[in-house]
Write a protein that binds this ligand. Structure first.
Ligand SMILES: Cc1cc2nc3c(=O)[nH]c(=O)nc-3n(C[C@H](O)[C@H](O)[C@H](O)COP(=O)(O)OP(=O)(O)OC[C@H]3O[C@@H](n4cnc5c(N)ncnc54)[C@H](O)[C@@H]3O)c2cc1C
Length: 604
């Protein structure tokens, strides 16, 4: 099978035709770059992915990290691969020049990372968490903490984690019990147990910088009493050299269905005297700061969902073009040659579904990534605030839709390969296993849907909700006002109907949340997120359709013509077979269907 990691043509389409990323070079921050340097970075990532990560992808999966009671052991090939990545500077691609970064636009870094994610799987998680950890500290920590911890992380000497989850506190972080006791010298002594901490221990870096959520002695109960601390594995001396062990003990490793390259650790902090912790920002504001990292991580999770979906789609497409099996129903001659399975309409159905999920999800995560850049670097304050409003609102959807539908796409990739998809000679089952985590970590689908409906929709007088619908309506209007796009009018009308159903549903739910049994009203919140997600993806497909229609109006090379026809067919698939479902889901929501709510635990 060819080792196609990503569809280069589609990434080029997304970056330069759909999102016009080349225009970013007009922003002061990116003035040293041009399309050539953007592509060089993407090609470097691709080369590292192919040279260092792809050859060890399967071994990373079959040789899970082990713990001998003293040390963690990873396959020896991982460290040189990560070192190669660090040496390339890609680990801090978006960071400022002063911090040895490349000051690249996040959307370009995300495209580059896509190749690495497909080749290295969760092996990349070490670097991604480190970068998000450093970004949080840079935004919220004192200069002293930045100098001590961020610089070595940017340089690839230290790695970082986010340590929130505890055995008794997963989705509900308000119940966490890790303690922090203030000391006379301004530090804290931190003690408690954390679980599922990704990259919590390993031999890939000189030190590990844990960002730990804990409750300062005497702090209020619930989320309002949570503070954030830097708790390193090893203390660091004033000259930057590694100092004493800081009582962060590895209590054990978890073994997982996927994502096996990255250690998942149970950590015990400060069992004897307490681990030394440094407060980040102000007391009791820890969850607010952690959201800086979580929001970034949520886009990363959605991106992983989308990219793995794309990888499975690409792989199963190549397979379907080359696997002869059976004949068409119309062929009655058993002596005629077999056809390649792509000739069977049902296989094309599975490929189209994957394409519509994967490329729809990829467009969504790149859109979100661009918003995360716009909120900081857009030319005017108004644009920056607007981007922030959109991103803040869309984050639960950017995290969840690509994760849910990415795993569905991978499920279909397995089905396209039949029995061959179920065995580990082909990577599609690995993509599925890796992807399956994405609906769970960084807030499960259920939690994200509650966040969307109870917080994000009503937030700031519904500003994010209104801005999002306004963006969609702009696209619809652009089609209505442009005769050359007449072939897309039917889709624009379908999208208008879908938005109207969404508006009615939202109004019904919001007023019921104030007047009815809220537990019942929220019992189908996941369906609400799915409705919204489908509408956003339908919108992004329509935007892709506009680009494709305009391109097809001019003479093209045959391969480009095929490419754009493929876009229009996937758009059609989404509007014929996916979008109509939202009307049923809206009815379920508007009727306050109580089936799940009424089911009694003892009836199961
Ligand atoms: C491989 C892996 C890596 C991870 N990495 C990290 C990490 O680096 N750092 C870190 O801090 N954590 C990490 N986590 C933890 C992860 O974020 C949690 O597993 C997740 O938040 C869910 O918590 P839980 O496992 O305790 O499940 P629970 O909270 O027990 O949830 C179980 C089920 O109940 C549902 N549920 C729970 N509460 C509600 C509610 N109020 N309303 C409706 N439904 C609800 C959930 O949606 C879920 O379906 C990782 C987990 C895994 C598996």
């Amino acid at each position: 099978m060819p080792a196609t990691l990503m569809n280069d043509r589609d990434l080029e389409f997304m970056l330069y035709e759909l999102f016009n990323s080349e225009a970013l070079i007009n922003r002061a921050r990116y003035q040293d770059h041009d399309r050539h340097t953007f592509n060089e970075v993407i090609n470097t990532a691709k080369a590292i992915a192919e040279k260092h990560f792809l050859p060890i992808r399967q071994k990373l999966d079959t040789h899970q990290p082990t713990f001998d009671g003293k040390k963690v052991h990873l396959i020896p090939e991982l460290k040189p691969a990560i070192d190669a990545l660090n040496a390339s500077g890609l680990g801090s691609a978006t960071a400022d020049y002063e911090l040895d970064g490349m000051q690249l636009p996040p959307i370009i870094a995300s495209a580059a990372n896509a190749y690495l994610t497909v080749a290295g799987g969760v092996g990349l998680g070490y670097n991604m968490l480190t970068s998000a950890n450093a970004n949080l500290l840079q935004a919220h920590a004192s200069q002293a903490l930045i100098d001590k911890w961020v610089k070595p992380m940017r340089a690839g000497r230290f790695m970082g984690t986010m340590a929130m989850t505890e055995p008794g506190s997963g989705s509900g972080l308000g119940d966490l019990t890790t303690k922090a006791i203030p000391q006379d010298d301004g530090t804290y002594r931190v003690s408690g147990n954390k679980i599922f901490i990704s990259g919590g221990d390993h031999n890939l870096s000189e030190n590990i910088v844990h960002l730990v959520l804990a409750r300062i002695q005497g702090a209020p109960k619930g989320v309002k009493g949570i503070s954030l601390f830097v708790v390193p594995k090893f203390l660091v001396n004033d000259d930057g050299s590694i100092g004493e062990d800081n009582e962060v003990a590895l209590a054990g490793l978890f073994h997982k269905m996927g994502g096996r390259a990255q250690t998942s650790t149970a950590l015990s902090f400060g069992e004897k005297n307490g681990s030394i912790g440094y407060l980040v920002g102000e007391e009791h504001q820890g969850l607010k700061y952690m959201f800086h990292m979580m929001n970034e991580a949520r886009i990363m999770v959605g991106t992983s969902g989308a990219v793995l979906a794309t990888a499975g789609y690409q792989y199963s497409l190549d397979y379907a073009k080359n696997r002869p099996q059976g004949r068409l129903p119309s062929c009655k001659d058993p002596l005629s040659p077999m056809v390649n399975i792509i000739e069977h309409a049902d296989v094309r159905r599975m490929l189209l579904a994957q394409k519509s999920y994967a490329e729809g999800a990829l467009a969504l995560v790149l859109y979100g990534t661009q918003l995360s850049d716009d909120e900081k670097t857009a030319p005017s304050e108004t644009d920056r605030v607007y981007a922030h409003t959109l991103l803040d609102f869309l984050t639960p959807i950017i995290k969840t839709w690509p994760s849910e539908y990415g795993a569905k796409a991978n499920d279909l990739a397995i089905q396209v390969l039949g029995g061959h998809g179920y065995i580990n000679e082909h990577p599609v089952e690995l993509f599925y296993r890796d992807n399956r985590l994405n609906t769970i970590h960084e807030g499960t689908t259920g939690i994200q849907s509650l966040d969307l409906l109870t917080r994000k929709v009503p937030m700031k007088k519904m500003a994010g909700y209104i801005a999002t619908l306004a963006e969609i309506e702009k696209t619809i209007l652009a089609i209505t006002n442009d005769q050359t796009l007449a072939s897309l009018t039917g889709y624009a009308n379908d999208l208008t109907d879908a938005i109207n159903a969404l508006k009615t549903t939202t109004n019904t739910l919001l007023s019921a949340m104030a007047s009815k049994n809220i537990d019942l009203v929220l019992s189908n919140s996941v369906k609400y997120l799915e409705v919204f997600g489908h509408i956003i993806i339908a919108w992004l497909w329509l935007k892709q359709g506009i680009v494709a229609s305009k391109a097809l109006a001019k003479p093209l090379h045959e391969s480009d013509e095929n490419f754009y026809h493929g876009k229009l067919q996937a758009l059609n698939y989404f509007y014929q077979l996916e979008l109509p479902q939202i009307h049923l889901w809206c009815k379920t929501l508007q009727n306050f269907d109580s089936t799940s709510y009424d089911m009694k635990p003892e009836w199961f």
